[in-house]
Write a protein that binds this ligand. Structure first.
Ligand code: MN
Length: 131
């Protein structure tokens, strides 16, 4: 069981991700934009953050930058979730320092396994999901 914070401005995606992870026995928390997400990370200290890249005001890249700059929570694994599945997006996200990358739409059959794989990779020394 992991404590998972989902930061996503699209209510349908947020609900689906929370439902799938909750059904698999994980505890989920929700934030609807980057500012709320950063506050939630500081308050809740989740095991992993799943973060939409495209959000109003504070987007996923800005959330990651601010989180990494905060020594209290800077080591928290953050997985990017994005709908822009353009060639190069994955590399750009990993280069920005995300610990993993998942593309939308969320696939109910594989989503939980993908998150769990990234979680265990991020928990290993060196953060293998970066490679
Ligand atoms: Mn979005």
């Amino acid at each position: 069981m992991a404590r998972i914070l989902i930061v996503e401005d699209n209510p349908a995606n947020l609900e689906l991700a929370a439902y799938l992870l909750g059904a698999a026995g994980h505890q989920t928390f929700a934030a609807r934009d980057g500012d709320e997400g950063l506050r939630a990370v500081a308050d809740l200290r989740p095991d992993v953050v799943l973060c939409d890249l495209q959000m109003p005001k504070v987007d996923g890249y800005e959330l990651l930058r601010r989180l990494r700059a905060d020594p209290r929570v800077g080591a928290t694994p953050v997985v990017a979730i994005t709908a822009f599945s353009m060639p190069g997006d994955r590399e750009r996200a990993l280069q920005a320092g995300f610990d993993g990358y998942l593309s939308k739409p969320i696939e109910p059959e594989t989503f939980v396994a993908d998150v769990e794989r990234l979680l265990s990779a991020a928990a290993r020394p060196g953060g293998a999901a970066r490679a």
